[in-house]
Design a binder for this molecule. Structure first.
Ligand SMILES: [Zn+2]
Length: 186
Protein backbone atom coordinates (compact mmCIF):
# COMPACT_ATOMS: atom_id res chain seq x y z
CA UNK A 1 0.00 0.00 0.00
CA UNK A 2 1.47 3.40 -0.87
CA UNK A 3 2.23 5.54 2.16
CA UNK A 4 -0.60 8.03 2.31
CA UNK A 5 0.47 11.46 3.24
CA UNK A 6 -1.49 14.05 5.07
CA UNK A 7 -0.63 17.33 3.46
CA UNK A 8 -2.73 20.38 3.73
CA UNK A 9 -1.94 24.04 3.23
CA UNK A 10 -2.36 26.10 6.35
CA UNK A 11 -1.45 29.50 7.63
CA UNK A 12 0.96 29.45 10.55
CA UNK A 13 -0.89 30.71 13.62
CA UNK A 14 2.17 32.66 14.75
CA UNK A 15 3.92 34.21 11.73
CA UNK A 16 1.10 33.95 9.19
CA UNK A 17 3.26 32.18 6.59
CA UNK A 18 1.63 29.46 4.53
CA UNK A 19 3.05 25.99 5.08
CA UNK A 20 2.26 22.35 4.35
CA UNK A 21 0.82 20.72 7.43
CA UNK A 22 2.05 17.16 7.77
CA UNK A 23 -0.42 16.13 10.44
CA UNK A 24 -3.88 17.21 11.43
CA UNK A 25 -2.44 18.95 14.44
CA UNK A 26 0.31 20.96 12.79
CA UNK A 27 -0.64 24.58 13.28
CA UNK A 28 2.81 26.16 13.07
CA UNK A 29 5.29 26.37 10.24
CA UNK A 30 8.43 25.65 12.23
CA UNK A 31 9.78 24.50 15.59
CA UNK A 32 10.50 28.12 16.30
CA UNK A 33 6.86 29.16 15.85
CA UNK A 34 5.66 26.12 17.86
CA UNK A 35 7.90 27.20 20.69
CA UNK A 36 6.58 30.75 20.62
CA UNK A 37 3.01 29.42 20.69
CA UNK A 38 3.80 27.14 23.61
CA UNK A 39 5.41 29.97 25.55
CA UNK A 40 2.42 32.22 24.93
CA UNK A 41 0.01 29.55 26.16
CA UNK A 42 2.08 29.02 29.31
CA UNK A 43 2.25 32.74 30.04
CA UNK A 44 -1.47 33.08 29.50
CA UNK A 45 -2.12 30.16 31.88
CA UNK A 46 0.09 31.70 34.55
CA UNK A 47 -1.59 35.05 34.16
CA UNK A 48 -5.03 33.47 34.48
CA UNK A 49 -4.03 31.53 37.58
CA UNK A 50 -2.75 34.72 39.19
CA UNK A 51 -5.99 36.50 38.39
CA UNK A 52 -8.02 33.56 39.72
CA UNK A 53 -6.22 33.97 43.04
CA UNK A 54 -7.19 37.64 43.14
CA UNK A 55 -10.82 36.72 42.37
CA UNK A 56 -10.84 34.20 45.23
CA UNK A 57 -9.79 36.94 47.61
CA UNK A 58 -12.63 39.33 46.76
CA UNK A 59 -15.08 39.54 49.68
CA UNK A 60 -18.39 38.09 48.48
CA UNK A 61 -20.64 40.40 50.44
CA UNK A 62 -18.94 43.61 49.42
CA UNK A 63 -20.03 45.62 46.41
CA UNK A 64 -17.16 48.09 46.12
CA UNK A 65 -14.02 46.44 44.85
CA UNK A 66 -10.48 47.53 43.96
CA UNK A 67 -9.43 48.36 40.42
CA UNK A 68 -7.11 45.34 40.40
CA UNK A 69 -9.98 43.15 41.51
CA UNK A 70 -12.22 44.50 38.78
CA UNK A 71 -9.49 43.64 36.31
CA UNK A 72 -9.24 40.10 37.68
CA UNK A 73 -13.01 39.64 37.59
CA UNK A 74 -13.84 41.13 34.23
CA UNK A 75 -10.52 41.46 32.45
CA UNK A 76 -11.11 45.17 31.86
CA UNK A 77 -8.09 47.41 31.91
CA UNK A 78 -7.31 50.17 34.35
CA UNK A 79 -7.71 52.73 31.54
CA UNK A 80 -11.16 51.49 30.61
CA UNK A 81 -12.18 51.49 34.21
CA UNK A 82 -11.02 55.05 34.81
CA UNK A 83 -12.82 56.13 31.67
CA UNK A 84 -16.04 54.61 33.02
CA UNK A 85 -15.49 56.42 36.29
CA UNK A 86 -14.85 59.77 34.58
CA UNK A 87 -17.93 59.40 32.44
CA UNK A 88 -19.83 58.43 35.58
CA UNK A 89 -20.99 55.24 33.92
CA UNK A 90 -20.24 53.36 37.11
CA UNK A 91 -20.38 54.41 40.74
CA UNK A 92 -17.14 54.65 42.62
CA UNK A 93 -15.76 55.63 45.98
CA UNK A 94 -12.43 57.23 46.67
CA UNK A 95 -10.97 56.10 49.96
CA UNK A 96 -7.76 58.07 49.50
CA UNK A 97 -4.82 58.22 47.09
CA UNK A 98 -4.94 55.16 44.85
CA UNK A 99 -7.81 53.81 46.89
CA UNK A 100 -10.54 53.88 44.32
CA UNK A 101 -13.33 51.34 44.69
CA UNK A 102 -15.87 50.57 41.99
CA UNK A 103 -19.27 48.95 42.12
CA UNK A 104 -19.10 45.27 41.29
CA UNK A 105 -22.86 45.06 40.76
CA UNK A 106 -22.77 47.81 38.14
CA UNK A 107 -19.81 46.29 36.33
CA UNK A 108 -21.64 42.97 36.26
CA UNK A 109 -24.31 44.60 34.16
CA UNK A 110 -21.75 45.91 31.68
CA UNK A 111 -19.23 43.09 31.35
CA UNK A 112 -19.18 39.33 31.20
CA UNK A 113 -16.87 37.66 33.71
CA UNK A 114 -13.39 36.83 32.53
CA UNK A 115 -13.13 33.21 31.52
CA UNK A 116 -11.41 31.41 34.34
CA UNK A 117 -8.37 29.29 33.73
CA UNK A 118 -9.60 26.74 36.20
CA UNK A 119 -12.95 25.98 34.66
CA UNK A 120 -12.27 23.43 31.97
CA UNK A 121 -14.65 23.51 29.03
CA UNK A 122 -17.18 20.70 29.25
CA UNK A 123 -16.86 18.08 26.56
CA UNK A 124 -19.52 18.52 23.97
CA UNK A 125 -21.81 15.54 23.74
CA UNK A 126 -22.15 14.75 20.08
CA UNK A 127 -24.90 12.80 18.48
CA UNK A 128 -23.77 10.41 15.83
CA UNK A 129 -25.73 8.43 13.36
CA UNK A 130 -24.22 5.01 12.96
CA UNK A 131 -26.70 3.94 10.31
CA UNK A 132 -24.73 2.52 7.36
CA UNK A 133 -26.25 5.15 5.06
CA UNK A 134 -24.65 7.92 7.17
CA UNK A 135 -21.32 6.14 7.40
CA UNK A 136 -18.24 5.29 5.39
CA UNK A 137 -16.61 1.92 5.62
CA UNK A 138 -12.89 1.98 6.35
CA UNK A 139 -12.25 0.96 2.75
CA UNK A 140 -14.28 3.88 1.45
CA UNK A 141 -12.32 6.28 3.64
CA UNK A 142 -8.94 5.04 2.42
CA UNK A 143 -10.12 5.41 -1.17
CA UNK A 144 -11.76 8.76 -0.87
CA UNK A 145 -9.12 10.51 1.18
CA UNK A 146 -6.01 8.53 0.22
CA UNK A 147 -5.18 7.70 3.80
CA UNK A 148 -4.01 4.26 4.70
CA UNK A 149 -6.00 1.96 6.95
CA UNK A 150 -3.75 2.10 9.97
CA UNK A 151 -3.78 5.91 9.86
CA UNK A 152 -7.58 5.88 9.73
CA UNK A 153 -7.74 3.62 12.78
CA UNK A 154 -5.19 5.78 14.54
CA UNK A 155 -7.29 8.89 13.98
CA UNK A 156 -10.48 7.09 15.00
CA UNK A 157 -8.89 6.21 18.33
CA UNK A 158 -7.19 9.52 18.79
CA UNK A 159 -10.30 11.60 18.15
CA UNK A 160 -12.68 9.14 19.84
CA UNK A 161 -14.77 8.71 16.73
CA UNK A 162 -17.44 6.05 17.21
CA UNK A 163 -17.54 3.01 14.94
CA UNK A 164 -19.91 0.17 14.35
CA UNK A 165 -19.10 -3.24 13.01
CA UNK A 166 -21.56 -5.11 10.83
CA UNK A 167 -20.23 -8.36 9.46
CA UNK A 168 -16.78 -7.71 8.06
CA UNK A 169 -17.29 -3.98 7.74
CA UNK A 170 -16.48 -1.22 10.16
CA UNK A 171 -18.71 1.83 9.75
CA UNK A 172 -17.66 5.34 10.72
CA UNK A 173 -19.91 8.45 10.64
CA UNK A 174 -19.40 10.38 7.38
CA UNK A 175 -19.72 13.71 9.11
CA UNK A 176 -16.82 13.06 11.46
CA UNK A 177 -14.58 11.78 8.71
CA UNK A 178 -15.45 14.61 6.34
CA UNK A 179 -14.58 17.06 9.08
CA UNK A 180 -11.34 15.33 9.91
CA UNK A 181 -10.06 15.13 6.38
CA UNK A 182 -11.48 18.40 5.13
CA UNK A 183 -9.61 19.62 2.11
CA UNK A 184 -8.03 16.25 1.41
CA UNK A 185 -10.53 14.95 -1.14
CA UNK A 186 -8.94 13.94 -4.38
ZN1 LIG B 1 5.37 30.41 11.53
Amino acid sequence: MPAAKFEIKRKCQICGEEFLAKTIESWYCSPRCSKIAWKRRKDEEKRNLRLDEVVKGIPKDQDYIKVSEAYALFGISRDTLYRLIRKETISHMNLGTNQIRVSKAELMKLYPLRKKALTKPKPIVKLYSLEPKDCYTIGEITEKFLVNESTVYLHIRKYSIPTRQIGNFVYVPKKEIDNLYKGMKR
